[in-house]
Design a protein around this ligand. Structure first.
Ligand SMILES: *Cc1c(COP(=O)(O)O)cnc(C)c1O
Length: 372
């Protein structure tokens, strides 16, 4: 391959130093205790509860199962309607549908891509049971207004906080808002346990219920108290999490620097815009989305292809909308999704990850500055 043309993907997994992880998993060869709420599972649960500043936390095998079980644990009646966003990863919508609930898609806001809280109330019917908003790219939803609506109509709020690891809002962990918030620790996220996730929540009674859901309802050698799945995190993943957690602030710092390089270099490019900064939250710099406006010389899809020709793999997060995917199209209530549709056609997420070099960013920036 031509020098300086190595492939740059949109993300690359953070990993602790090799020696650190190897040292940390050694005790597993003594205990032979590899899963089933082992010591590392319990320790990571404790440390994350503290780090994320949430009242309760239950570790899960991945973010998707965390979301499915967080919805299931609320015991909604079958066929209930859930107001949610189509501008997200497909997991959000799958988790609703797999719980035998109906997604009702709500439009999003142009300034940050989160659910448009002014459009939620119009979508509420007597069948509505919950709101499932997404803190997309770590941009925080209007949690106060969503809470007001939920309270007024007696709805549950389950946040998909997969992008919002470590984000605080007005001094509170973002996972302390709503009835539950779900984090993903997938390999591609800001903090990873290889595969993993967690449900954060405020009502302590949910801890045992989630425990049953993630461990077959088993409560004794000869006792199964409820129907449950298997969604436990194993010890190798938990140790990965304990190691990565020690380095996560440093990783976020590196991402911040990278985002600043993009901002500085791209802010003067005509037709390139960024999402508005919100000073009430800290950022985790998990993603760097750019918005392409009409003044930009080529379309989003053409820029995407141009970057690819230069071995830069940017991503169209999130295109298509989940409501437009083959499995969901024309199956649910028709709602105007003008802004979501527009965003999904104009957004492009640029590479940001621990270890991305400025030289590599310059390659990305050069293409964006000279797309034709
Ligand atoms: C990553 C992600 C998930 C799913 O998490 P997994 O850990 O990959 O199962 C859910 N929702 C959003 C918005 C995500 O980005």
């Amino acid at each position: 391959m031509e020098r300086g043309k190595e492939k740059i993907y949109v993300t690359r997994s953070s990993m602790p130093p090799y020696e650190e992880y190897i040292e940390a998993i050694k005790p597993l060869w003594e205990s032979h205790w590899l899963t089933n709420m082992g010591v590392y599972h319990m320790e990571l649960e404790r440390q994350l509860k503290e780090y994320l500043d949430v009242p309760y936390l239950s570790l899960m095998v991945n973010g998707h199962m965390a979301l499915e079980l967080a919805i299931q644990v609320m015991d909604f009646p079958e066929g209930g309607e859930v107001i949610t966003t189509p501008f997200t990863f497909i997991s959000t919508t799958h988790a609703i549908v797999r719980n035998h609930l109906k997604p009702v898609f709500c439009d999003v806001k142009l300034e940050d891509g989160t659910i448009d809280e002014t459009k939620i109330e119009d979508l509420i019917t007597e069948k509505t049971v919950a709101i499932v908003p997404v803190h997309v790219y770590g941009n925080i939803c209007n949690v106060e207004e969503i809470q007001r609506i939920a309270h007024k109509y007696n709805l549950k709020v389950i946040y998909d906080a997969a992008h919002a690891f470590g984000v605080n809002y007005k001094g509170n962990g973002i996972g302390s808002y709503g009835d539950a918030s779900v984090f993903s620790f997938h390999a591609t996220k800001v903090f990873n346990t290889i595969e993993g996730g967690a449900v954060a929540f405020g009502d302590g009674k949910l801890y045992d219920k989630l425990y049953n859901l993630k461990n077959f309802g088993i409560r004794g050698e000869e006792l199964v108290v409820s129907v449950g799945a298997n969604a436990k995190m194993n010890e190798f993943s938990a140790v990965m999490g304990l190691c990565n957690l020690r380095h996560v602030e440093e990783a976020v710092k590196g991402r911040k620097t990278q985002c600043e390089v993009y901002e500085k270099q791209l802010k003067s490019v005509r037709g390139i815009r960024f999402f508005e900064k919100d000073s009430t939250t800290n950022k985790n710099y998990g993603y760097f989305p750019i918005l392409m406006e009409k003044e930009y010389p080529v379309s989003r899809d053409i820029l995407y292809e141009k970057l690819k020709e230069e071995n830069v793999y940017a991503r169209k997060y999130f295109y298509p909308l989940t409501s437009d995917q083959a499995c969901f199209k024309n199956r649910y209530k028709k709602v105007e999704l003008k802004t979501a549709r527009e965003l999904s056609q104009r957004v492009l997420v640029l590479p940001v990850f621990e270890g991305l070099k400025e030289m590599e960013q310059i390659r990305v920036i050069d293409v964006i500055k000279n797309p034709v």
